[in-house]
Structure formats: C-alpha cells, structure tokens
Ligand binder design. Structure first.
Ligand code: SF4
Length: 726
C-alpha cells in the first residue's frame, strides 16, 4: 500500500508538478510527472524524480556541525550550534562594526519558500552593506534593465511562447536549462509548438546548442556581442520605417534618444565584431517587424557579458519598437497571485528604482537593489582596512564554485574569523565553515514559488504541503534563519523564532491596511511561511486563500497572460522609460567595441546540461551516469592547429586548469566551452558521488576584473583564454 502526494519540483524555474509515491513505511517510492498539474501536465525532466535520491542521500547533513579545536567539523545539537554563532559573531560586530559581516545568498534560496520569505529579515538584522547573491552572477543586468524600463527589479516581460508566431532567442538554451526568468514547464514542447504552428524560432548563440539544433534557424554570434547585434536591429527598424508601437503609443518615453544612439550601429558596422553578415541582421529585423506576433527573449548568455545590461535593455527595446510588448503572442507580464511587485501599490506608477546608492569599499563598484556585485566579495575579505569583511554567512550557496576567480575567493575564506553556512552539505564552500546549520530535506517542507510565479508564462498558483514528516533532529528552515537574525540583533541564541515571526506578520498586516486582530485571528493557527503566504494570497489580486490552494493539489489555473499596461508600470513617470539615462550613457562604451579587432586568441563560454543544476545535483548517482560532461569543447580546426591530445591547459588572467577536451564543430572556431559547477575534489568536501566525478572548476578561469559596469554582473561569456596542449 502506498499514497500519492503532489508537489511542485523546487529544483529549477520550470515549477513542474510531481506525483510522489509515499509507501506505508514512510519511504519514497516512484516519482513521476503529475499529469493533472495545471501548468506542467505531466512534463518532468531527469532531475525531477531525484528528490527521492536527495532525500535518501547519506551525505546530506541531518544535524549541525561546529568546527572544533582540532580543526574538524563535529556534529552538535542545535542549541550548541546557535550558541557558537552567538559567541563568535557578536564580538566581531562589536569590535569591527556590522559591515565586517557579509552575507551571500545562493540560487537555492529562491527555490525555498521559507528562505525567500525569511532571508530578507536576516539581511536586515545583520545590518551590513556587504550583501551578495547569485543575482550578480547571472541575472542582475535583466533586473536593472527591467527596473529602469518598467519600475521594479522583477518586471520581466516574458515571451508568450504558446501564442507567438516568431521567437528570437539569444543566449538561452532551454532544452538543457528548462528556461529561466520566464517560468514554464516543458520549454522544449512549447518551442516545438511554435514551429508546428508554422511560426519561426531563431536562436542566436555562439554554440550550436540542442535548442539551436531544434530551432528554425541558428545564427552563430561571436561571444559577448549580442548588444551590437540588437542595436543594429534597432537601427534597421528606424532606418527602414519599421517602428510601430501599436497600442504602446503614448506610453513610451525616450524614443528619440534611442533612435539617435542607434544611428552609428549599422549592420555593416557591427558585422565584423558579431561575425554576422549585414544581410542577415537586416533580415532578422525585417522578420521581427513583419511577424504577426513576435517576442525577443535573452537570457543568461546575454546577461553574463560585458554589455549585459545594454543587451537586456535592447531585447525589450525591440519588443517595444515592434509593438510586441504586452500583447498576446509578444512579451507579456505575469499577474502573480501572491507577493507581486507589480500588483501592489498604486497601479501604473511607483517609485521606480534607485541604483548606485553606495559603492563597494575596495573598488567602488555600485550597489544595486541592496547588494554589491559578487566580483567584489574576495577583495572585500582579503583587503585589510576599516570595513574589511571578517565573517561570512552563506545561505544555500556555493560561491567557492560559482564566483569568478574562485581560487582567490577560496584563499580569502581561510582569512575569515567566522563562517556560518545554512546548507545541507559539506561542499566546496561549507568545508570552510565554522558552523553549518543544515536546511531540512525539501520533501519535508511546504512549497510555493513566490519568486517564479512573478514571471511565469501563465498565471497559476500551486501550494504543496510537506510530503514527509520532519526528520528527527531537523529544524524548520525559517526557524534557523529567524534564529540567526535574532542572534545578530543581540536577542541571544535562546531567543524564540516565533517572536520575529509574530512581529513580521503583524507589520505585514498593518502595511496592508487590515485590522490586525481580526486578520491575525483569521490566519491562526498557521505560523511561519504558510501564515505569510496565506496573507499574501488574501491580499493578492485574486483574493485567494491557502485553504483554497490546499483544496487544489494540482494547482489553480488563473488563465493566460493578459495585457497589463499601463497598470503594471511602477516607474516614477508612469511611462516606459525606454531612453533612461543609464542606458544611453553606456552606449559610447558599446560603440568603442565596434573598433576592436579580434587578436586570434580564444574566448571561453559556459554551457548547461539537463542533468546538472549549477553545482548542486552532482551527488546524485543516477544523474552522473554516462560519459564525463566536464570537458572543454573546441572546434576541430583549432584542436588540429594546436596539436591537442586528450587534455588541454587553459589559462586566463585569473588562473589555469587542465581539462579533457571534446572536439566538436558545435562551437565556433576561436571559442571554447566549459561548463560551470564542477571541481568537487577539494579537501574536506563530503560528497562522495560528486568527488568521484569531480571535473574542473571553470570559475578558476573567470576573471573578477571582468564585469558589466552598469550592473556589476560577472562576465562568463567571452573570457579571453589561451589554450595549449597539457
Ligand atoms: S524541469 Fe525543473 S522543475 Fe521540472 S522536473 Fe526538471 S528540475 Fe524539476
């Protein structure tokens, strides 16, 4: 006998519904796609069924660890672990100030309801300006571009895949990644649907990826030059009288500035730098303008480059100039059921975004959305002086593998006086920690994708209650984070996390203009993230309750995306700020790139694999089967010219690695590709499967001197490297 439970997969942004068999003895049986899920309709990728393996993984931490005088990490009780944090954290704050403590929030925090809702209180409690997250690794340009254009950091216009007839996609490989910043299960099926409807999918990518192979057309581009291509397409639209704002007319300011700055970027002018002939660029612009409905979509490859913000901006400029923004089949805005930045406050106008309110201590790089760029983290730790970082808190992150110049960062970790990590593994980062507080297994947590429904391709709401009871000795994640916040505030290691929880929910109720006593009574007896979520649903645009969601284990379908302009805007002007000053001011830097000549050297790009999820799924045996995936892909002509054998030595300004090569004409000559998230064979890492398939860390090569100045986002797409026989 067994029971079936339904749960949204938390591993990537696709939010697939899972059907999970729970056996009588409490063990997990088969996991497969939930055919009744309102969004995914049974779709699942190979990672989804591995929640069972993650649950059973003997390497997953079940109890806290504290580093003893012998230098080893020892299991301890929760009380002892929190006491150790208090004993060591407070003196650092007292002696050196709050900026002496940095916090790094990893990508998995966005996939956890409790981490999404509670880490902001931990950040506030620490009171530090040294806040870092995975956002400045791969998406801050999109957040800045959307913030300046539309008014909030997550006002993402997403491609309406199910109704579009023309999709121009840059720097994205959803056949491997399952899509990003445009949430939908089964991207492959949706892309094939466009072609089956006799539409076109054009993929612009330096590599002939799986997505490019399945597309109507693959346009190969030199890494890091997407902004030049897009600007030339803007040029063509203006030059050929193809601009047609449609119903956006009267809602857009800055058209003249955009036309002016695009003048120099003729297709002929960008052709050499992009390695795309002028006729193709003109054709792409004309096709886009002529399509019945069209959407331009750029993702990680367009963000992780030196013109990341301009490229992200120009994606939406093209959507706007062709009248495709905010119409079915174009690029549209979701209307999320809970916690929506674009559904709260007055419709159509807001405070806009403020960027660069302060600068980092060492290099003076600008803050954005309360964070500093991760390219600053190592230097803020290893550079002496007032304000030097001496303690680090990480939540669900593995910056040792994810951040550029990771050798330097790992050396810097050794200088820290204290490192506290909320994480279920002793991985490449947490091996440096003094205290590790394990987050509980995902199957024992409730789940709702507060973040990803903000930019979903369909409006849905789906809450999953815990599938399994808490494990012995486990602490709920929200309590762990709340306890850390209370300790940072001086309330002591014994403080009750319910104190913070009650204070926070009361503040939320009051800010919503509701009667506190009545509302809190209605929300009772729930506490923690479920109580917060219930309030957010009740005050959201559909007026849902958590009880209603519980009655719908396969989710509630709230319908296809609908036009939301002008209400969706939160800019101070109440207009789409297409010519916002930071964009225009950065164009001369792009123009200077036109004159660059390629020196015949190599540039490095990354790549995705369906069975990887950054660095976090490499301890699952079933996902690690098959031939090694951590290889340097290189074009046959280059491999022959260099006389490469089985391995190559790759060197950049930041470091060098030796890696097995894979010869393939899928990459352009002059371009090499190495996936990220590998390099698990470091001393102290307690992940046996990952260690056995260690690979090399590509971020030893990524350079912390290379970033997009507007966003501070690291450059991973187009790192200059030398390649030689090993
Ligand atoms: S595509 Fe993403 S959400 Fe769907 S099953 Fe795979 S990992 Fe989970």
């Amino acid at each position: 006998m067994s029971e079936l439970a339904f749960r949204t997969c938390p591993l990537c942004e696709a939010t697939c519904g899972l059907e999970i068999e729970v056996k009588d003895d409490g063990s997990v049986g088969r996991i497969r796609g939930d055919r009744d899920d309102v969004f995914s309709r049974g779709f699942i990728c190979p990672k989804g069924s591995t929640l069972k393996q993650l649950h059973e993984d003997p390497d997953r931490l079940r109890t806290p660890r504290v580093r003893g005088e012998d230098g080893e990490l020892h299991p301890v009780k929760w009380d002892e672990a929190f006491a150790e944090v208090e004993r060591r954290l407070l003196p650092i704050i007292e002696e050196h100030g709050r900026d002496a403590v940095a916090i790094y929030l990893g990508n998995p925090t966005v996939h956890s309801l409790s981490a999404v809702l509670y880490t902001r209180f931990l950040v506030r409690a620490l009171g530090t300006t040294n806040v870092y997250s995975a956002s400045t690794i791969d998406q801050r340009p999109k957040e800045i571009s959307s913030g300046l254009l539309f008014g909030t950091s997550i006002s993402f216009a997403v491609p309406d895949l199910d109704r579009t007839s023309y999709l121009l996609m840059l720097g994205a490989n959803p056949f491997e990644s399952n899509g990003s910043l445009a949430t939908a299960p089964d991207w492959p099926g949706r892309l094939r649907g466009i072609v089956e409807r006799e539409g076109r999918v054009v993929v612009v990518d330096p590599k002939r990826t799986k997505t490019a192979e399945e597309a109507s057309e693959h346009v190969s581009i030199r890494p890091g030059t997407d902004a030049l291509l897009l600007m030339a397409m803007v040029h063509v639209l203006f030059a050929e009288g193809l601009v047609d704002l449609g119903r956006l007319d009267g809602l857009v300011v800055g058209i003249e500035e955009v036309e002016r700055v695009a003048r120099d970027f003729t297709p002929e002018a960008v052709s050499s730098a992009t390695a795309i002939d002028a006729a193709t660029i003109r054709r792409l612009a004309r096709e886009l303008a002529a399509a019945e409905t069209a959407a331009v979509y750029g993702r990680i490859g367009t963000c992780t480059q030196e013109f990341g913000t301009l490229a992200s901006w120009l994606v939406d400029v093209l959507n706007i100039l062709t009248g495709n923004l905010d119409r079915p089949g174009g690029a549209m805005f979701a209307r999320p059921a809970a916690g929506g930045a674009t559904t709260s406050g007055a419709p159509g106008r807001g405070r806009g975004v403020k960027l660069g309110r302060r600068a980092s201590r060492v290099r003076g790089l600008p803050e954005s959305y309360g964070e500093l760029p991760v390219v600053c983290l190592a230097e803020e730790i290893d550079t002496p002086g007032p304000g030097q970082v001496r303690a680090l808190v990480t939540v669900g992150g593995n910056p040792a593998l994810s951040v550029p110049n990771s050798d330097r960062l790992q050396r810097a970790f050794r200088d820290l006086e204290l490192m506290v990590s909320v994480d279920p593994y002793v991985n490449e980062t947490t091996r440096h920690a003094d205290v590790i507080l394990p987050s509980p297994d995902v199957l024992t947590k409730g789940h709702y994708d507060v973040a990803f429904y903000q930019f979903a391709l369909r409006n849905v709401a789906n809450y999953s209650p815990p599938v399994l009871p808490p494990e012995a000795d486990a602490m709920e994640e929200w309590k762990t984070i709340a306890k850390l916040a209370l300790i940072a505030q001086g309330a002591g290691a014994a403080a009750d996390p319910a104190v913070l929880d009650d204070m926070v929910i009361r503040g939320m109720v009051e800010r919503a203009g509701l009667d506190p006593e009545q509302t809190l009574a209605e929300l009772a007896p729930r506490v923690g993230p479920e109580r917060m979520l219930d309030l957010m649903l009740r005050t959201g645009p559909y007026g849902l309750t958590l009880d209603q969601l519980l009655e719908h284990p396969h989710g509630i379908d709230l319908g296809p995306l609908e036009p939301r302009l002008p209400d969706v805007l939160r800019t101070a002007s109440g207009m789409i700020e297409m010519g916002a000053e930071p964009f225009i001011a950065d164009v001369p830097r792009l123009k200077a790139a036109l004159d660059r000549t390629t020196n015949g050297g190599f540039v490095l790009i990354g790549r995705r694999h369906l069975r990887s999820n950054n660095s976090w799924m490499h301890n699952v045996t079933v996902l690690m089967k098959g031939k090694s995936r951590c290889t340097l892909q290189i074009h046959p002509d280059d491999a022959r010219r260099l006389g490469l054998g089985d391995e190559a030595k790759v060197r950049s300004r930041a470091g060098a690695v030796v890696v097995a090569i894979e010869v393939t004409d899928a990459v352009m000559p002059g371009v090499v590709s190495l996936p990220h998230g590998w390099g698990h064979d470091l001393p102290g890492v307690e992940m046996k499967v990952a260690r056995a398939h260690a690979g090399v860390n590509s971020n030893i090569l990524a350079d912390d001197d290379l970033f997009d100045p507007l966003s501070g986002n690291a450059v991973f797409n187009g790192i200059p490297v030398e390649v030689a026989p090993a």
